[in-house]
Structure formats: structure tokens, C-alpha cells
Ligand binder design. Structure first.
Ligand code: 5GP
Length: 204
């Protein structure tokens, strides 16, 4: 038996490491998981759908939302801004969902300050060489953007020490199972089972 309180999971890792693919796999396997759709000012990639992969907005629209208090956190990444819409996250947490934020390292740090109970998972590439190959094979960025992403990736890998869990993505199925296993286990920490334990103890 799990408790009904929502949980926030921060899911980070360098560009190209496979965060979206892992997320797609685990979301299919567990209906309690809710993926937060972020705002971004970057161009839509081929195959991406507005409202599913991201909300694609202009810089002006983004700044208006920030001023109106509609953005939980945001961060500059390369040339663009990315951020988490606030209202849906609050709603899902109230509903008891496990909300997963795909987020870069600075945004994750801001969320930890707002929600100290948030749990963080870092998806690590097997090596920087493999990461570079994956970004190049994906073929969605030009050379300048690839170089920028690899530079950011080095810094992000160093920041993995800030995370509660680190999963290496050398095999998609194993990595997905490991991420899902961590999330499932988190439902059974003493802190999250406290209410249930008190009920049992009251009736001893
Ligand atoms: P991409 O352009 O590859 O989709 O994403 C670039 C980076 O932005 C990734 O590291 C991704 O995790 C991060 N990102 C995506 N959504 C958000 C968000 O809502 N907030 C923050 N801070 N970073 C995000």
C-alpha cells in the first residue's frame, strides 16, 4: 500500500543522454507518473508536438508568464530559456501524483530550495564520447549548438554530485528499469509511510 501524497522527481542529465526516451518508457509502465510539460523559447524539432513535448513560446510570452507568477522555475540553457509551468505541478501534487520534471541542473537546484522533499535522479552517459556520438546521430542541432551542448554537458556531469541518485544509460531497458525502480522504492520510505504506520500503531 502506498500513501496518497504527491511526490516531485527531478530528472536531469546532459543533452543527448536519453532522458525523453527513458521517460516515455517509464510513463507507459506506471500510470501514477505524470510528466510535466515545460515551456521553451527554442525552435520546435522535427516530430515535436506543441503541448506534448514542450509549450513552444516566444521570449516575450515567457517573460510575461514569469511576471505573472506562472513559472515555478526557469533557466537559460544555451541561447534559450526553459521553465516549468507552476499551476499544473501544484494540481498534480495535490492529486497525489508523482510528478517528473525534466530539468537542467540550475533549475533543479531552484526546485530543491522550494521543495526540499523533491527527489533527484541524474541520467549519466556511459562516456562523453558516447554522448557526443548520440547527439550527432540525433542530427537535430547545427555544429555550433552541438559544441555548446557538449560544453554544458561537461559542467552538468560535474554537478551530478548534487543528485540523490545517478543512473548510467548504457542500455535503455536497464536504465529505464533502474529509474522506475528508484521511483517505486521512494514510495516506501519511512517518511512517506508515516501516516499508515501511525494508523497501524494506534490500533495495536
Ligand atoms: P532540449 O533543448 O534538449 O529539449 O533541452 C535542453 C535542456 O533543457 C535539457 O537539459 C532539459 O533537461 C532542460 N529543460 C527542459 N525543460 C526544462 C525546464 O522546465 N526547466 C529547466 N530548468 N530546464 C529544462
Amino acid at each position: 500500500m502506498q500513501n496518497n501524497e504527491g511526490m516531485l522527481v527531478l530528472f536531469s542529465g546532459p543533452s543527448g543522454v536519453g532522458k525523453d526516451t527513458v521517460l516515455d518508457i517509464i510513463l507507459d509502465k506506471d500510470e501514477r507518473l505524470q510528466r510535466s510539460v515545460s515551456l521553451t523559447t527554442r525552435e520546435k524539432r522535427c516530430g515535436e508536438v506543441d503541448g506534448e513535448d514542450y509549450y513552444f513560446v516566444t521570449k516575450d510570452e515567457f517573460h510575461t508568464m514569469i511576471q505573472n507568477g506562472q513559472v515555478l522555475e526557469y533557466a537559460q540553457y544555451g541561447e534559450n530559456i526553459y521553465g516549468t509551468p507552476k499551476a499544473p505541478v501544484d494540481k498534480w501534487l495535490k492529486e497525489g501524483k508523482t510528478v517528473i520534471l525534466k530539468i537542467e541542473v540550475k533549475g533543479a537546484q531552484k526546485i530543491r530550495e522550494i521543495y526540499p522533499d523533491a527527489v533527484s535522479i541524474f541520467l549519466m552517459p556511459p562516456s562523453m564520447k558516447v554522448l557526443e556520438e548520440r547527439i550527432r546521430i540525433r542530427g537535430t542541432e547545427d555544429e555550433a549548438d552541438i559544441e555548446r551542448r557538449l560544453e554544458i554537458a561537461k559542467n552538468e556531469v560535474m554537478r551530478s554530485a548534487d543528485y540523490d541518485f545517478v543512473v548510467v544509460n548504457d542500455n535503455l531497458e536497464t536504465a529505464s528499469n533502474n529509474v522506475l525502480g528508484i521511483i517505486k522504492a521512494l514510495n516506501f520510505t519511512y517518511k512517506r509511510m508515516n501516516k499508515k504506520i501511525s494508523e497501524v500503531i494506534e490500533n495495536v
